[in-house]
Write a new protein. Structure first.
Length: 576
């Protein structure tokens, strides 16, 4: 048991800092002077002095004050101890209740000199309190894990007993953009979006369940459940209605799906949030897609293309006419690639027009049209009108039907360079897909210049990346080039807090580029299978998705398992 903190702190702060062994007398004088001048907590002055890292500083202070230092592990956190301290006090003073020992409450804190914090915890718990020093980052992680995102905001609402959306002041999209967080529900939504942005999430899913409102983030293509307060379900109607207000949607309509859009700023970044709602058995399910505008203006060198593929792509996007198709499933980065192509060739002497559903990113100098099927503006009708606008380059968001495909081919044959996407498993599959739509094979062979399939693979976390020896039998099963095994260093991720213990952080793309050649045209005209087309293309030097993935493994960017997972279906479908 430890005596009161006021008794453990020597009256002379200079003597205390000397006991840490980290500071010279001159540094101590500077820190104490700066602390008085800036009128800020002593712990902040000490951290800003940069004499030592925050962790090393707190460890030294803990020794000098005869206090424990902790990193906060799950074993140390007791639910009974957490229940003793109100959520408001926990967040206001940035402390984490850990456990009780012999009638003493152990609380993790970052500032051992904050007597106001100590007295506040004592008053609300009516018990003796012992501090365990801990870094600010560790306390923040623990608060998020055990209390959930936005816990202090919902606690304020519970204190006010505000459960009806009509009782909360109406806040518009302009209020959100200006940072107005007076309404607690808006503040909570801000926290959810802000946390998702910090976690690099691309999507937020709010899913009503019978006794819960589950919130999940999609990070690097994988879904992760986000800790939220246990009583979040009570505010479900208010939260969903507030999101619909900000997205300019009809809050009274809960029986039909709706779409909307919110523009927010976070840390100087412009975030475009696409909102979609659908009715479910337990209320409306809301999905928010986060699009960061600053991330899309990439050069070709940022797409993950190897030197050979980048050289090929640069030649293709400089062609005067023809169709270039990018293929892959939803979420494989097709739009990012197309925008990078357009950004590269966008110039004052090129008239570029796009038709998309929706316009995901705004490109300066490019005329972009958004599809509106409800008023008859489809890909086909929009493309037909684009051809009357004297374009040099056209981008069609997706070729979905015969009419769109026919107009795109006509545009390519009349001197326009056309970019578009198709949902197929590999590059050769796009050829058979066009023919299956009803396009004559001779038109496909004469208009299509290249097809590019792509997938996104997770990249290894740099913080926990380690070398290891994979099982040779497994490498043989997945088709890794056995002749390279002796020369390749294989890596995997151990898993750490930086990567949510997945071993991966960030994504890169792998590509398969099929350039139309005279050798391929007869096969297309003969309506050959995509497997036959792929086989011939490979004999002429085409690298498959898996081949490109193996190069990423050899470079230490990803793992063998990740490449096998992403490309397995495609290899099996093509029989290779």
């Amino acid at each position: 048991m430890t005596m009161a903190i006021a008794d453990t702190i020597p009256a002379d702060l200079r003597q205390l800092l000397q006991q840490t062994g980290l500071f010279t007398d001159l540094q101590i004088s500077e820190v104490l002077t700066n602390q008085l001048t800036a009128a800020q907590p002593l712990i902040i002055s000490l951290v800003k002095s940069r004499v030592a890292t925050e962790e090393k500083l707190l460890q030294a202070l803990a020794t000098a004050l005869h206090l424990p230092f902790t990193r906060i592990t799950d074993k140390e956190i007791d639910a009974t101890a957490r229940a003793k301290v109100p959520t408001k006090v926990v967040f206001q003073h940035n402390v984490m209740p850990m456990r009780q020992e012999n009638g003493t409450l152990i609380v993790a804190a970052n500032d051992p000199f904050n007597l106001t914090m100590l007295e506040a915890v004592r008053l609300v718990t009516k018990s003796r309190v012992q501090l365990a020093l801990c870094t600010e980052a560790d306390i923040a992680k623990a608060l998020k894990r055990y209390y959930g995102v936005g816990a202090e905001t919902l606690d304020e609402l519970l204190q006010k007993n505000v459960l009806d959306i009509d009782e909360i002041e109406m806040v518009t999209k302009d209020d959100l953009e200006s940072g107005d967080q007076e309404a607690s529900v808006v503040k909570f939504v801000n926290q959810i979006i802000g946390e998702a942005y910090k976690e690099r999430a691309t999507d937020i899913h709010m899913e009503p369940m019978e006794n819960d409102l589950r919130i999940r983030y999609r990070v690097d293509g994988a879904l992760h459940q986000t800790p939220v307060p246990a009583y979040l379900k009570r505010f479900q109607a208010a939260i969903i209605s507030r999101i619909k207000v900000m997205a300019n949607m009809d809050i009274a309509e809960r029986r039909l799906p709706q779409d909307g859009r919110i523009n927010v700023r976070s840390g100087g970044a412009e975030i475009d949030v696409r909102v979609s709602t659908i009715p479910t058995a337990y209320g409306e399910s809301v999905s928010l897609r986060l699009l960061t505008r600053s991330n899309i203006f990439l050069g070709l060198e940022s797409l993950g293309l190897n030197k050979e593929n980048e050289k090929t792509v640069r030649k293709l996007i400089d062609l005067p006419h023809g169709i270039i198709l990018v293929t892959g499933p939803t979420g494989s980065g097709k739009s990012t690639s197309l925008y990078a192509f357009l950004s590269t060739i966008n110039s004052i002497d090129q008239r570029i027009i796009t038709i998309e559903e929706p316009v995901e990113y705004e490109l300066p100098g490019v005329n972009q049209i958004s599809v509106k099927s409800e008023i008859g503006l489809t890909f086909a009708s929009g493309l037909r009108h684009i051809l009357r606008q004297d374009p040099d380059i056209i981008m069609v968001g997706e070729v979905r039907d015969l009419e769109t495909a026919e107009i795109a081919i006509r545009a390519a044959l009349t001197g326009h360079l056309v970019f578009s996407t198709l949902h197929t498993n590999d590059a050769p599959g796009a050829i058979t897909r066009l023919i299956d739509m009803g396009i004559e094979p001779f038109l496909v062979s004469s208009s299509v210049e290249a097809l590019m399939a792509q997938r996104l693979i997770r990249t290894l976390c740099k913080s926990c990346k380690e070398e290891y020896k994979p099982d040779p039998e497994f490498l043989r099963e997945v088709g890794f080039p056995m002749e390279d095994i002796g020369r390749v260093k294989f890596y995997r991720g151990r898993g750490c807090e930086d990567c949510r213990f997945t071993g991966f952080k960030g994504r890169s793309a792998i590509y398969e580029i099929l350039v139309m050649s005279e050798a391929l045209r007869p096969l297309i005209i003969e309506r050959a299978s995509s497997a036959a087309i792929k086989h011939l293309a490979c004999t002429h030097g085409m690298r498959t998705l898996r081949d490109d993935g193996w190069e990423k493994v050899k470079q230490g960017i990803t793992t063998v398992e990740e490449v096998a997972r992403v490309t397995q279906e495609d290899e099996e479908l093509t029989g290779t």
